[in-house]
Design a protein. Sequence first.
Length: 279
Amino acid sequence: MNRTIQADGINIFYREAGAPDAPAILLMHGFPTSSHMFRNLIPLLATRYRVIAPDLPGFGFTEVPPERKYTYTFDNLANTMEAFLQAIKLEKFALYVFDYGAPVGLRLAAAKPERITALVSQNGNAYLEGLSDGWTPMRKHWADPNEENTNVMRGFLTPEATKWQYTHGVADPASVAPESYTLDSALMARPGNIDIQLELFYDYRKNLELYPVFQAFFRKAQVPTLAIWGKYDPFFTPPGAEAYRRDNPNAIVQLLDTGHFALETHVEVIGKAIHALLD
């Protein structure tokens, strides 16, 4: 079911499936996609769980009114998601994080750890050693956001770059549904969206500063944890998955023969692993 609810002055689009009284799992998407990335996972989980997948501000079909004068930072994305959880009255849930969804979702978890029943990180980084050399242009941009470095970052916002994120590291690129990266590119091209993404690129540096906070949550909460990773991800490398065991020795680490968008090629494997974790 596709729904929209107002929270934090924003019309938040989200997908929901499963019995309303079933244990809940919250799916947090990443860049440059939306809840559409979970289109094949949601039915696999909804057989036993209430599944909720919102679109973050600046992504998908969530609409931010111009008069809201929204500032696109990861702190604000988390604040909006907190307002969303309150609006739908979701008080306890398992958390699935991917890419941008990790710094957003882990802010929510660290703020109120008692409501998190389990954690699934699919290429959702929370450790410095998980950052590949692919972050070098971003780090240059953080150090000096001049026009030259900003223009380099614009190169990550083209349709070609989006398709590459989906197909890099995939054994058969033709197995990736073209509507995935095509939809992302179309939504990215909306007026003003490139500037939004550049704001988030620059703000991402603050997520690294919060890694110790996220790791403290892992140590203290010790919730059932699955780090399931496309091991050919050009941005978040397998050491980022293995590191989850440092703070939660019981964490399950599973590496898959695919790239960043592992759900495009291994959705059934990931679905089964989540069911096993939550069981």
